[in-house]
Design a protein around this ligand. Sequence first.
Ligand SMILES: Nc1ncnc2c1ncn2[C@@H]1O[C@H](COP(=O)(O)OP(=O)(O)O)[C@@H](O)[C@H]1O
Ligand SMILES: [Mg+2]
Length: 226
Amino acid sequence: MLLKVYNLTKSYFKGKLEIPALREVSFELSEGDFISIVGKSGSGKSTLLNLIGGLDTATSGHIYFRNKDLWDMSRTDLAQHRKYSVGMIFQSFNLIASRNAVENITLALTFGGVPRKDRKQIAIGLLSQVGLEHRIYHKPSELSGGEAQRVAIARAMANNPSLILADEPTGNLDSITSNEIIGLLQQLNKEHGITVIMVTHDQENAKRISKKVIRLHDGRIVKDME
Ligand SMILES: Nc1ncnc2c1ncn2[C@@H]1O[C@H](COP(=O)(O)OP(=O)(O)O)[C@@H](O)[C@H]1O
Ligand SMILES: [Mg+2]
């Protein structure tokens, strides 16, 4: 088992006001799975991905990654988890605007401790893998939405993660481009065995491509469709 989420609860506090974002969420994921998370805006989807990615900490409950509880990890282990175990992709791409495609990726490789002399070649290889070898010196503003998301996917792959967390990766894209991006994620899943958790609004696509669809409502899993 790659990931086990158990009774995961997360509340945000505004002064004394408790805002429950996730309530007792449990599910499991095997290596190589492709699952989707659907649910209305505000249902807790991003909160769940951020907790799994180690960007935030839960109020209670557990996340086991390869049987290691994120709670028990030292700060160093958690930093390793963020760097090497997971790769994150966002709706708004989150690329660095002043850097071109290849630099956006070499930066991620720098954080991953890849020696300087190897970075550019690896970055170009990753960009080729996502079909962008002809755009490596383009800045984000010079790329289409679909191309920018490809760069973001290449960056997410930079440090060889086992798990890709994609938060509405097609939310800013037209339907044709969305299908291409989903196809790319499927390809990474099938050909490289990368496990994918994708948050999406597109229920039909979710059902079509995923082994399992988790539906959140007010922070709870309401349906869990195999
Ligand atoms: N940093 C925060 N502070 C307070 N409330 C938050 C914060 N982040 C999210 N929330 C609240 O938690 C709930 C779940 O949010 P989120 O996980 O972003 O939902 P989704 O991604 O499904 O739209 C929402 O009610 C949201 O307003
Ligand atoms: Mg969200």
